[in-house]
Design a protein around this ligand. Structure first.
Ligand SMILES: *[C@@H]1O[C@H](CO)[C@@H](O)[C@H](O)[C@H]1NC(C)=O
Ligand SMILES: *[C@@H]1O[C@H](CO)[C@@H](O)[C@H](O)[C@H]1NC(C)=O
Length: 397
C-alpha cells in the first residue's frame, strides 16, 4: 500500500508480520546478524548437499538427462524413397528437387541420405536418362547426397504376421529404423524447409517434432497429433528407440492409431528432461490435406495482383528485421497467408498439385505455396541451377 507523506510516497506492507516465535533480544540480533545469516545459509547448503548427494550424483543425473549434454542433433538430412510397385521407376518432380535444395540451403547438412529399395542399376539409369528434375536432383550434389539401400519390411505385428501393404507404412518403418540409427532431420519429399533449423538442432532436446491439423472427416482424431513427415532426432533418442520397438510390435495397419500412439509416446517423454520438444501445428505443418487447405495453398490466383516481393534488409538487428517483416505484412494481398511461424512447410497435397509447383509459377508470387518458397527458388537461380522460366513439373524427355 502506498502512503503519501507530503510529496513522498512510501511503500508499506499492507499487513503486519506476526512472528511465530519470540524475537531474540534486539541488541543481540543486531550484534550477530551477519554471523547468524552466514551460519544459517551454510547450514542450508550442507543440508541440501546431504539430501541430494546420494540420490543424484552427476552421472545418474546425466543418465536421466537431467544435466543436458550440449551435443546438438546432427545436421544430417534423411529422405525415404521406396518403390510403389514392382515396375515403378525413379521419377522426381520439381517439388522434390525444391525440397532437397531447400534442406541443403537452410540446414547446410554434412550428408543427405535418400533411403531407398531401388538397386544401383535403377539409380544410375534414372540419373542418366530421367526427366529434367530427376537428373537435377540426382546429379547436382554427387558428394553430398547419398543413396542408401534399405530392405523394405513386408511384415510386422506381434508375431510378424501382419502384412504391411501401404507404401506410406513401409516408409514409416524405414524412417524410424534408419533415422534412429543415424540421427538427423527426417523429411518427406513434400516438406520444404523455410528457415535455418540450427536453433532447433541446438535446442537441447533429443527429439523435436510438431503437431498437425486433421480434418473434420476424421472425427478430429488426427487433429493435434504429431506430424511424422518432418522431425528431428538425436541418434538413438528415447523416442526413436521406443517407436522402433512399438511400431513393429503394435502394427495393425491403421494410420490413425499409429499417429495417436506416437503422439502419446512423445507426450510421456516430455516428463524426461531434454528428451522431447513438441512444437505447435504451425512449426512444421501449417496446412493440412483437405481441399479447404490445399486449394488456397497451391492454386495460383486467377485475378488480382501478385504478392509484392519482400524488400531485402541487410540488418541483423532483430527489431529492424521485425519492422521489415511487419512492413511486408501490411502490404500483403488478401489471399496471402503468413508463414512467419513455420520452420518447415509440410505441403500436404503436393503430388496432386504437382502442376502448380514449377519455377515460373513460384517466381510469379501468385500462390501461397509460391510466396512461401519464392526465396528458395530465387536462390536456385542465383546459384545458376535453373533460369527461373521453367514451367514444367516433371520435364520428362
Ligand atoms: C534392379 O532393379 C530392376 C527393377 O527396378 C530389375 O529389373 C533389375 O533386374 C535389378 N538389377 C539387379 C542387378 O538386381
Ligand atoms: C483442430 O483443432 C483446433 C484446435 O483445437 C481447432 O481450432 C480446429 O478447428 C480443429 N480442426 C478440425 C478440422 O477439427
Amino acid at each position: 500500500m502506498w502512503k503519501s507523506i507530503g510529496t513522498l510516497s512510501i511503500f508499506q506492507p499492507s499487513h503486519d508480520y506476526t512472528p511465530l516465535i519470540p524475537l531474540p533480544n534486539v541488541s543481540l540480533l543486531a550484534r550477530y546478524r551477519t554471523a547468524i545469516k552466514l551460519a544459517v545459509a551454510a547450514g542450508v547448503l550442507v543440508l541440501i548437499a546431504f539430501i541430494i548427494s546420494p540420490l543424484h550424483p552427476v552421472s545418474v543425473a546425466r543418465e536421466y538427462g537431467i544435466l543436458a549434454d550440449h551435443e546438438p542433433i546432427p545436421s544430417i538430412v534423411h529422405f525415404v524413397y521406396i518403390r510403389k510397385g514392382e515396375d515403378s521407376v525413379i521419377r522426381f518432380d520439381f517439388s522434390a528437387f525444391l525440397s532437397l535444395f531447400a534442406a541443403i540451403l537452410y540446414v547446410n547438412p554434412s550428408k543427405v541420405y535418400i533411403h531407398s529399395d531401388y538397386n544401383t542399376t535403377a539409380i544410375q539409369h534414372a540419373a542418366a536418362t530421367g526427366g529434367r528434375w530427376t537428373r537435377k536432383l540426382m546429379n547436382t550434389w554427387p558428394e553430398l547426397v547419398v543413396w542408401n539401400q534399405v530392405q523394405v519390411p513386408n511384415y510386422a505385428g506381434p508375431n510378424e504376421n501382419m502384412r504391411i501393404d501401404a507404401v506410406q507404412h513401409k516408409s514409416d518403418f524405414i524412417r524410424w529404423d534408419t533415422i534412429g540409427d543415424h540421427g538427423g532431420i527426417y523429411m518427406d519429399f513434400d516438406v520444404v524447409t523455410l528457415k535455418p533449423l540450427t536453433p532447433l538442432l541446438n535446442a537441447g532436446f533429443a527429439f523435436v517434432a510438431g503437431r498437425q491439423y486433421g480434418g473434420k472427416d476424421e472425427g478430429g482424431n488426427i487433429n493435434g497429433t504429431i506430424n511424422n513427415g518432418a522431425f528431428l532426432t538425436k541418434k538413438n533418442s528415447a523416442m526413436a528407440r521406443i517407436i522402433k520397438r512399438e511400431q513393429h510390435a503394435g502394427f495393425d495397419g491403421k494410420w490413425e492409431a499409429n499417429l495417436k500412439s506416437m503422439t502419446r509416446t512423445a507426450e510421456y517423454l516430455v516428463n524426461v528432461p531434454n528428451q522431447v520438444l513438441i512444437l505447435d501445428r504451425h512449426a512444421f505443418a501449417p496446412t493440412h490435406w483437405f481441399p479447404d487447405s490445399t486449394h488456397p495453398l497451391f492454386f495460383p490466383q486467377e485475378e488480382g495482383l501478385p504478392s509484392l516481393e519482400p524488400v531485402p534488409t541487410e540488418s541483423t538487428d532483430p527489431v529492424e528485421v521485425y519492422d521489415a517483416i511487419v512492413k511486408m505484412r501490411r502490404a500483403r494481398r488478401d489471399w496471402e497467408w503468413d508463414f512467419s511461424s513455420s520452420y518447415m512447410l509440410h505441403a500436404f497435397g503436393t503430388s496432386v498439385h504437382s502442376r502448380h509447383v514449377n519455377p515460373k509459377l513460384i517466381l510469379s508470387r501468385t500462390s501461397n505455396y509460391g510466396v512461401a518458397t519464392w526465396a528458395i527458388v530465387k536462390a536456385m537461380v542465383a546459384q545458376g541451377l535453373i533460369d527461373g522460366t521453367e514451367d514444367e513439373n516433371y520435364g520428362d524427355s
